[in-house]
Design a protein around this ligand. Structure first.
Ligand code: MTE
Ligand code: MO
Length: 308
């Protein structure tokens, strides 16, 4: 079979999870010894617990492949998280293109396989916090969204980036019902979109992104509630006005910014604690999901407790 996804490691190095974790420990060691990419990622705060890592302490342990791929929110298929993986087997994410248009000098259609040959995916281990109160730590493979957006020239009017998921009720059974206004859309400010923590994920544990996780390409914005991390993207629009996205249309409990904030409850109840999948006791939720030192500057002057 043709392997379309350029792996972040050589195929011969793709290992089962246990060996993978061993490799991570090795890489952490290598980082301490000064291996460029990992030191770069740690000092940019891209790895979780960069400070702890630099100090040789323990960082967040990634969730297992099984956990990450069997408990999913993907309303295009179902609102039953345990049913999504089976239903999404029919997604068929190859070939796949993303249309980039709106306030850009050169609208274009990008083929994902070509994109991944041009921009080599890197591993980024990031926390994901769902507004439903659960969280995971996920070893994504992906490319910074900024690198993708630099391929087009936004006009001086572009202030927001809007993302659109696949709309195909023939395949995505959940879209036959109006559980959400389809297609699923999300948006970021340009500054958020260009932030180095904002990722276009194309893989997981060194393997192509499973369908249920948003194959073949999805957004990852780790300091925001999970619903911002839109799956199976088919279009990216640059826009002048703040876009109307899916969840804020459904309920006032979901804001445009949706930054993880333990001090602000919403219709889902208090957000002060979370259930890390696989753990017995709840943990405290951290402001900006623990990425405050990297992203708080983006919101200077904004009343975080008011602007959900
Ligand atoms: N297109 C689309 N993207 C989506 C969703 C969805 O239903 N449809 N659910 C969101 C929510 S609520 C969360 S918590 C994350 C879950 O990602 P995961 O299943 O990979 O953990 O995907 C987000 N992206
Ligand atoms: Mo979520």
């Amino acid at each position: 079979m043709l392997i379309r996804h350029p792996p972040t490691v050589r195929a011969s190095e793709i290992t089962p999870e246990a060996a993978y974790l061993g490799r991570r420990r090795f890489m952490r060691h290598a980082a301490l010894l000064g291996a460029g990419m990992w030191v770069g990622a740690a000092s940019a705060g891209i790895l979780p617990g960069a400070a702890a890592l630099a100090a040789g302490g323990s960082a967040d342990k990634p969730n297992s492949w099984e956990e990450i791929t069997s408990y999913n929110n993907f309303y295009e298929y179902s609102s039953d998280k345990r049913a999504v993986a089976t239903l999404a087997k029919n997604l068929d994410p190859h070939p796949w293109t993303i249309r980039i248009e709106g306030e850009v000098e050169q609208p274009r259609t990008i083929d994902i396989d070509a994109l991944l040959r041009q921009l080599r995916p890197q591993e980024r281990i990031l926390r994901l916090r769902c507004v439903e109160g659960w969280s995971m730590v996920i070893p994504w493979d992906g490319v910074p969204l900024a690198d993708v957006l630099r391929l087009v020239q936004p006009t001086s009017r572009a202030r927001y980036v809007r993302f659109v998921s696949l709309h195909d009720p023939a395949r995505l059974y959940g879209q036959r019902r109006a559980t959400l206004p389809w297609p699923y859309t999300e948006a970021l400010t340009i500054a958020e979109a260009m932030h180095p923590l904002t990722l276009m994920a194309t893989g997981l544990y060194g393997k192509p992104l499973p369908n249920q996780n948003g194959a073949p390409i999805r957004l990852v914005v780790p300091w925001k509630y999970g619903f911002k991390s839109i799956k199976s993207i088919v279009a990216i629009h640059f826009e002048e006005q703040q876009p109307h996205t899916t969840w804020p249309q459904v309920s006032n409990d979901y804001g445009f910014y949706a930054n993880v904030n333990p001090h602000v409850a919403n219709g889902r109840g208090s957000q002060s604690r979370e259930n890390r999948i696989g753990e017995l006791h709840k943990r405290q939720t951290q402001l900006f999901n623990g990425y405050a030192s990297e992203v708080a500057h983006l919101y200077r002057g904004l009343d975080l407790d008011r602007y959900l």
